[in-house]
Design a protein around this ligand. Structure first.
Ligand code: GLV
Ligand code: MN
Ligand code: MN
Length: 412
């Protein structure tokens, strides 16, 4: 079977999808269930329909595009990723796995291959945590990792619940029904940019993921006391932002001193109240994103942060409250999916690196219910979640080719 990826078409589809954005190019902002996200989803659905795929959407907005196999009742072989994008993002995160997965399906169709198991392209809803504070809502729900009740209650920054937001976007089904039946997928493979520099540094174009790191995120609120920036004397202050500054540095230190470079911690949101130049901050809301390839080490760093937080409360006379939004375990990729990917690389004599995913992906949750693997391609300087994220068209095409062959092997 000789497969010819249509690199030009794939590249032009990536460019078209990037234009569905609430930010000025080259930045992409596409927050889930905004009018822009809904337009982008409709465009992706039209591309899938053009390929003759059978479409279905569930109650959280996961999109399933199925190419029926010779045995339609057999478990499907899945692929896919997400198209929602954080504020000021790039064009490739998630998109390469969705449009690359679509092209992988089309190239198999063009070749005359007929799968035994159906091949299904999945566009996961709400992979990014921007709107609801927790990432991968679609894959958490379909894998049963998060209950429908807990998901429905999550709120966005405007206080609107997942349930209200999804219904306004036209998804009125029963959230309980998002969970997939046991044995739905025979295997699942996600193509993604690496979001790190290792492939580029090694000058190797493909990475076969061994395991996916364990992410956790917390919402932290600090309550101090406000007042007049001129009137309140320094010894009398309970400045919530100064306490936040101490805590942010303690978080950085906990990650740096864990003993391994794999521990990473980030405070990416810091809301200051009342936010006036001449008013002492009385309240700060911030987020913590902390990850590691080793669960015990990540949890150890979280405990160190908790101790630091108690000390700051005492020293600065503030109260600090943290709520864990998610604390997920890592996942190992399945040997059979890794073998399908590496066999395809070897057949083409494509060198590959066996690699860890430090970013999380919907595959982390799909791996709870199906043998799952991931294929990485390089991105320039390892940049991601920024507008200058870039993946070369030939790397994307090579990734789509290996993906297509792996889907063929897994579905034959
Ligand atoms: C996914 O976008 C992540 O933050 O790892
Ligand atoms: Mn992302
Ligand atoms: Mn992604």
């Amino acid at each position: 079977m000789k497969l010819e990826i249509d690199q030009q078409r794939l590249n032009s589809e990536i460019e078209t999808l990037a234009a569905f954005s609430d930010a000025e190019p080259p930045a992409v902002t596409r927050i889930v269930f905004t009018p822009m996200d809904l337009k982008a989803r409709a465009w992706v659905i039209s591309r899938c329909e053009e390929a003759g795929l059978t479409m279905r959407q569930d109650a959280i907005g996961n999109i399933f595009a199925r190419w029926s196999g010779a045995d339609p009742s057999a478990p499907a072989v899945g692929t896919g990723s997400h198209i929602d994008a954080i504020p000021n993002a790039g064009k490739y995160d998630g998109v390469v796995g969705v449009l690359g997965g679509l092209e992988a399906t089309r190239v198999l169709q063009r070749s005359g291959f007929r799968p035994r198991n159906s091949i299904e392209l999945l566009v996961f809803a709400t992979e990014e945590p921007t709107r609801f504070g927790i990432g991968c809502l679609g894959s958490r729900l379909l894998s049963g990792t998060l209950s429908a009740e807990a998901a429905a209650k999550l709120k966005d920054r405007d206080g609107e619940s997942v349930d209200e937001v999804r219904r306004k976007a036209g998804f009125n089904g029963n959230l309980q029904e998002v969970k997939l039946p046991k044995g739905y997928y025979k295997a699942f493979v996600e193509l993604h940019i690496e979001q790190g520099p290792l492939l580029e540094r090694a000058q190797i174009s493909l990475g076969i993921v061994k395991s996916i790191a364990a992410p956790a995120s917390l919402r932290i609120s600090i309550e101090g006391a406000g007042g007049h920036a001129g009137g309140v004397l320094m010894p009398d202050r309970k400045d919530a932002l100064c306490a936040a500054a101490d805590l942010i540095l303690a978080i950085e230190n906990a990650a740096r001193s864990s003993g391994a470079a794999d521990t990473v911690a980030t405070v990416g949101v810091c809301d200051v109240f009342p936010g006036a130049v001449n008013s002492i901050p009385s309240r700060v809301g911030m987020t913590l994103d902390i990850r590691d390839t080793d669960l015990a080490r990540r949890d150890g760093a979280m405990q160190t942060i908790e101790r630091a937080s108690h000390n700051i409360e005492v020293e600065r006379h503030v109260s600090i409250h943290s709520e864990i939004l998610n604390a997920d375990a890592p996942a190992d990729c399945a040997p059979e999916v890794r073998a399908a990917l590496s066999d395809s690389c070897r057949e083409h004599e494509f060198p590959f690196l066996e690699i860890m995913s430090r970013a999380y992906h919907d595959s982390l949750f799909v791996s709870r219910i199906a043998p799952t693997g991931m294929l990485f391609i390089p991105c320039r300087s390892g940049y991601s979640h920024r507008p200058d994220e870039y993946a070369a068209p030939e790397d994307i095409a090579r990734g789509a080719l290996v993906l297509a062959e792996s889907l063929a092997k897994l579905s034959a």
